[in-house]
Design a protein around this ligand. Structure first.
Ligand SMILES: [Zn+2]
Length: 135
């Protein structure tokens, strides 16, 4: 899977107006655009949106995403936070932040991953990534 990552600091204010307040990144097919470099869990979140896009395709994905937002809202939830696609992406981010077993589980590798986990914002705080098709 070839994914293009574009960092465009100038889009921060525009994205907050037209997407979600406090946005961080947006995924359009195989292109991720963010206003600052992404931490590994944040990148994992956006890569899950790339996989969702690949599974459903460029027509069905936005429609399914919108449907998930409507179901979340109709159920009394938040159209963004309770959207099933966003829940899956947040789980991918959490999985990326977890230390794993293996040759790097001890020593410097584990310390590096722990540092990455501590830097990652927990769900519900800080800037959130979003997809473009929910508005
Ligand atoms: Zn997202």
């Amino acid at each position: 899977m070839l994914v293009r990552l574009r960092v465009r600091p100038g889009l921060r204010a525009l994205g907050s107006r037209v997407l979600v307040r406090g946005w961080l990144a947006i995924t359009l097919g195989h292109t991720i655009v963010s206003w600052r470099p992404l931490e590994p869990p944040e990148l994992a979140h956006e890569l899950e949106h790339v996989r969702q896009w690949e599974r459903l395709g460029p027509i069905a994905y936005p429609l399914h995403y919108l449907g998930a937002s409507l179901r979340a809202w109709a159920g009394g939830g938040d159209w963004y936070r309770d959207n099933a696609f966003e829940i899956a992406a947040r789980e991918a981010a959490r999985a990326a932040a977890r230390p794993t077993a293996g040759p790097l589980a001890d020593g410097a590798g584990a310390r590096a991953r722990t540092g990455a986990r501590e830097r990652a914002a927990p769900p519900g705080s800080g800037p959130e990534a979003t997809t473009p098709d929910a508005r």
